[in-house]
Design a protein around this ligand. Structure first.
Ligand code: ZN
Length: 344
């Protein structure tokens, strides 16, 4: 099949590749319609590795996908041919201890699309387990369906934060994950999100998504804005989505006593944070790695209209121009959030 293949020498091109995919009894075969480009895909293209995961053999990129079921395994009961679906890209071992504990995202044996050595889905079809394939509500497009993967990270972060209705949250970093985390925090009951970044076009876009106060920390003081909104108390929740080590170390300055920090973005290097600053507020600190079974809730929020990801889909390329799409994603203008590739 023709696929977008990243070679170990970091050449990227559409080419024919053999991906054998027998259909098991609990699997469905899906025709792929749309694939979003994720920061991790771009990172593999630019660096050939993320942490311990190294591209050592040709690998198909892409893991944010939606499509149509075209074939069902003998024992599939919840999906049928023609169903519009999106897919969760990480498949754990169902018998692992992590899976049995309900934290299957932490299963060391998880097989995740476009994470070496597992192929991604920038290709015409894929075989996937029924249990990790989710029907799209009628009013949710394929493009929105392909946004469920990044949205799931925001949903998982909001869940970890244990939001109380009316909370004021800060989201540091207005990239795609910051945006979906802000949407999830609002859907989860936050009354307002203060969003910080240094790129004004991203903040302008965020400000149009809901009760979001943009703060350009290049020339504005985030703490002063938060004080104004909370009578000097501080933010109930801080979602660190920038991955910037200085920002990640400074989150406790923004937090209220008894508040919660969720580390979402991944800093490129270890960070040193002030434990005493966290202690004197008895800060609760959470960390997220991907997500576990939040697709149904994300789709329910999209279907009911409480979360609208459409403004985040800023750039669309066709499959024939996949490489150009990746070159664009390597150097995205500040006005862009998410680029997607349509398969036809
Ligand atoms: Zn992603």
């Amino acid at each position: 099949m023709e696929a977008l293949v990243l070679e170990p020498d970091l050449q990227l091109d559409l080419r024919d590749i053999d991906v054998p995919e027998p259909l098991g009894p609990h699997d469905v075969r899906i025709k792929i319609h749309i694939v979003g480009i994720c920061g991790s895909d771009v990172h593999y293209y630019q660096h050939g590795r993320i942490g311990p995961f190294v591209v050592q053999a040709p690998m198909v990129l892409g893991h944010e996908a939606a499509g149509t079921v075209i074939e069902t395994g003998a024992e599939v009961t919840t999906l049928s041919e023609g169903d519009r679906v999106c897919m969760e890209p990480g498949i754990p071992d169902p018998n692992s201890k992590a899976a049995r504990l309900g934290i299957y995202n932490l299963d060391p044996a998880v097989r995740f699309w476009a994470t070496p050595p597992v192929h991604g889905v920038l290709r015409p079809t894929v075989v996937h387990p029924e249990a990790f394939t989710f029907k799209l509500p009628d009013n949710v497009s394929f493009a929105e369906g392909a946004m469920v993967e990044p949205l799931a990270v925001g949903m998982h972060s909001a869940t970890k934060a244990k939001i109380t209705p009316g909370d004021v949250a800060v989201v540091t970093g207005a990239g795609p994950i910051g945006m979906v985390t802000a949407l999830s925090a609002l859907a989860g009951g936050c009354s307002r999100v203060v969003m910080t970044d240094v790129k004004q076009p991203k903040l302008d876009l965020a400000a149009g998504l809901g009760p979001i106060t943009p703060v350009n920390v290049a020339h504005e003081d985030a703490r002063a804005v938060i004080d104004g909104l909370t009578g000097g108390w501080g933010a109930d929740l801080v979602f660190e989505c920038s991955g910037n080590s200085k920002v990640a170390a400074g989150v406790f300055d923004l937090l209220c006593p008894g508040g919660c920090v969720v580390y979402v973005g991944m800093p490129g290097e270890p960070i040193a944070y002030d434990v005493v600053a966290a202690q004197i507020k008895e800060a609760r600190v959470e960390h997220v790695f991907r997500y576990a079974h939040v697709y149904p809730r994300a789709l329910a929020l999209m279907g009911s209209g409480k979360i609208d990801v459409k403004p985040l889909i800023t750039d669309t390329f066709d499959f024939a121009h996949s490489k150009a799409a990746f070159d664009f994603a390597c150097d995205m203008p500040d006005t862009s959030v998410k680029a997607q590739i349509t398969m036809e």
